[in-house]
Design a binder for this molecule. Structure first.
Ligand SMILES: [Zn+2]
Length: 179
């Protein structure tokens, strides 16, 4: 093959530049979305499907509940377990069956300023407990259907018929007549 033409500079760089900008377009909203939930958005906490690794945004449609309070509470549980625990202790002491201010009074003004919005979040969460339960239940059903459909697709893929996962799943289905 001969040497490239005279306009080598621009032409050869163009695909690189395009790729660079495409990466920017794809990556920035992703980072922006995930930064709210740096722990929860990690692949090990997500189930986006058999074939999809994880979706590029978070929360994606595969997250069992889209409620921002639910997600923030879960994120805190993962990010700072002690704060999460203390928040719920405070909530329970203030709004439980026998409300008490003892725990709250042990906090400095600055500490309470830190916990106050989190305790409020617990209050909102308690208020929509049933709604969240329903949302998660509906999601669970949808996820099972999606899993079945994806599995079916893999089972029907000739090129995958000898893959250990496929063999194992087919075996499971045969043995237990599993869904
Ligand atoms: Zn997803």
């Amino acid at each position: 093959m001969g040497p490239p033409g005279p306009v080598i500079g621009y032409n050869r760089l163009q695909p690189v530049v395009t790729r660079y900008f495409l990466t920017l377009i794809q990556v920035s909203p992703l980072k922006l979305n995930m930064s709210l939930y740096p722990h929860l958005s990690q692949p090990q906490y997500r189930r986006c499907g058999i074939t999809t690794k994880v979706c590029p945004t978070f929360p994606c449609i595969h997250v069992p509940c889209q409620d921002p309070d639910y997600l923030a509470d879960y994120e805190e549980f993962l990010a700072n377990n002690q704060v999460h625990e203390k928040t719920w202790e405070l909530y329970n002491s203030l709004y439980g069956r026998t409300p008490s201010y003892t725990l709250k009074e042990q906090l400095s003004v600055a500490e309470w300023a830190f916990y106050d919005p989190k305790v409020e979040r617990c209050r909102r969460l308690e208020g929509k407990k049933e709604q969240i339960r329903q949302e998660r239940k509906a999601h669970e059903i949808r996820a099972r259907i999606q899993y079945r459909m994806e599995e079916e697709e893999l089972f029907n893929d000739e090129s995958l018929k000898d893959h250990p996962f496929i063999i194992r799943r087919k075996e499971d289905r045969r043995r237990g007549n599993l869904p």
